[in-house]
Design a protein around this ligand. Structure first.
Ligand code: ZN
Ligand code: ZN
Length: 380
C-alpha cells in the first residue's frame, strides 16, 4: 500500500510539472484547501511555498504541536520544511523565496487579495509575479486512490443517513427541527460536521432552490426537498432527496418523474472526454421535453472535494460565439468526482431535486451515493 506521504509527493510532482509548464519557478500557495491537499495540514492559518526542489509550510504557534504530530506520523510530505511564524508576513515569504533562487513566482490569482499581492510585490523586488489561474483546481479535480477510498466510505456513510429520512422527517415538525435531526444523524455517522447549511424546504419553500430552514411546520401534502452533506476526513459529500408528507398529487408525481428521468439521463451521459455542458444538456433536454425547461434554474452539478463546490462545474455554456475555455466548460476525466443534481421548481406546486455523487470511471459514472431515488412518501 502506498504511504500517505508518498501520495502527497505524487501530488507535488503534478504541481511542479504544472508550475514548470506555466513558466514559474516557485509558487506561493495561500488557499487553505490547496494547502490541505498538498500537505495534509488542515489548520486555519498557513502559507505554502513550493519550488522545484524545496517545500516550506509556514504556520503559527497554535499549530506547532499539530504539525509535529503529523510529521511524526508520516502524514506530511517527506522533504517539507516547517517554519513556525507569528504570521506569514510577505517579507518572510520573500526571504525564503530569494534564498531558494526564485525569479518567477506564481500566485493563486483567484485567492489573493490586492493588498497582499502589493505587499508581496514590494517584498520580492527584482523577482516577477505570475498569476496562476485554476491550475491547482484542475489538479485537485482528479482524485487519487486515497481520495477515492475516502469518498467511497464517506458516500456510504451519507447513504446510511439518507436511508433514515423516513424516521427523521415527519409532518408536524418544523424545517429547523428536521434540519437539526439530519445534522445530528450525520455527526453520529462519523462526519466532522455539515459541509453546508442543511436544506429542508417544505411546501412553497420547496420551489426555492436555495431555501434556508425556517420555523415552518411540515403539513400534509407538502413536498419537502432535503439537501444535506457532511465533511468526512476533510472531504465533502452532498446528497438531495425529495419527499412528500402523505400522498402526492398526480401533478406533483409528474414533476417528480420528470426530474428522476433527467437525473438518469445525466448519469448515463457521464464518460471521460465529453464536456460538462454535455451532461447538463442531457438533463435539461429531458426537462424541456416535459415543458420544464424554465423550471430548471441551476447547473446540473459541481465538483466535490476538500470544498463543497469546486471544479468542474456541469452547466450550460453561454450563447455561441462566447469565449468558452475549458475551465468554464470542463473536459470530463476519469477520477473526477461531482454531483448530478437536476431539479425543477414550479411555484406554487413545489420543487423537486435529486442529487447524487458520482465518480468518473474509464467507462462511465460510478454512483457513490447509490441508494433508491424514488419519491419518499412520509408519515403525516
Ligand atoms: Zn446538495
Ligand atoms: Zn450539490
Amino acid at each position: 500500500m502506498t504511504s500517505f506521504a508518498a501520495l502527497l509527493d505524487r501530488r507535488l510532482v503534478r504541481v511542479r510539472a504544472e508550475l514548470a509548464a506555466s513558466g514559474a519557478d516557485a509558487c506561493v500557495v495561500t488557499h487553505l484547501p490547496n494547502i490541505a491537499w498538498l500537505t495534509g495540514f488542515r489548520g486555519t492559518a498557513a502559507t505554502l511555498l513550493v519550488t522545484s526542489d524545496a517545500l516550506c509550510l509556514m504556520t503559527d504557534f497554535r499549530y506547532a504541536a499539530a504539525v509535529q504530530r503529523l510529521q511524526a506520523a508520516g502524514r506530511l510530505p517527506d522533504a517539507i520544511e516547517i517554519d513556525i511564524v507569528e504570521r506569514a508576513a510577505e517579507g518572510r515569504v520573500a526571504r525564503w523565496l530569494r534564498r531558494h533562487g526564485a525569479r518567477r513566482v506564481g500566485f493563486e490569482a483567484e485567492h489573493v487579495t490586492v493588498a497582499s499581492l502589493r505587499r508581496l510585490e514590494r517584498a520580492l523586488a527584482g523577482a516577477s509575479l505570475l498569476a496562476i489561474e485554476h491550475a491547482l483546481d484542475r489538479l485537485r479535480a482528479i482524485k487519487d486512490s486515497e481520495e477515492q477510498r475516502i469518498y467511497r466510505e464517506a458516500a456510504a456513510q451519507l447513504a446510511t443517513v439518507a436511508l433514515r429520512l423516513a424516521e427523521l422527517v415527519r409532518g408536524g415538525e418544523t424545517e429547523c427541527d428536521v434540519a437539526a435531526a439530519i445534522d445530528f444523524a450525520m455527526r453520529r455517522a462519523g462526519f466532522e460536521r455539515a459541509a453546508f447549511e442543511t436544506i429542508v424546504a417544505s411546501g412553497p419553500n420547496s420551489a426555492l432552490p436555495h431555501a434556508r430552514p425556517s420555523p415552518r411546520v411540515l403539513e400534509t401534502g407538502d413536498p419537502v426537498v432535503l439537501d444535506f452533506g457532511g465533511i468526512y476526513s476533510g472531504y465533502c459529500v452532498d446528497l438531495t432527496r425529495t419527499a412528500v408528507i402523505g400522498q402526492p398529487t398526480d401533478e406533483f408525481l409528474r414533476l417528480f418523474t420528470a426530474v428522476q428521468q433527467a437525473h438518469t439521463a445525466a448519469v448515463a451521459r457521464v464518460q471521460p472526454g465529453i464536456r460538462g455542458s454535455d451532461i447538463d444538456r442531457a438533463a435539461r433536454e429531458v426537462l424541456e421535453r416535459h415543458g420544464l425547461g424554465a423550471a430548471f434554474s441551476h447547473a446540473t452539478g459541481h465538483g466535490l472535494g476538500l470544498e463543497v463546490h469546486e471544479y468542474p462545474r456541469l452547466a450550460r455554456v453561454p450563447a455561441e460565439g462566447a469565449d468558452i475555455d475549458t475551465f468554464e466548460d470542463p473536459v470530463i476525466e476519469a477520477g473526477m468526482i461531482f454531483t448530478i443534481e437536476p431539479g425543477a421548481y414550479v411555484p406554487p406546486l413545489g420543487g423537486v431535486r435529486i442529487e447524487d455523487d458520482v465518480l468518473v470511471g474509464p467507462a462511465g459514472a460510478e454512483i457513490l451515493t447509490d441508494i433508491p431515488r424514488d419519491l419518499l412518501v412520509l408519515g403525516e
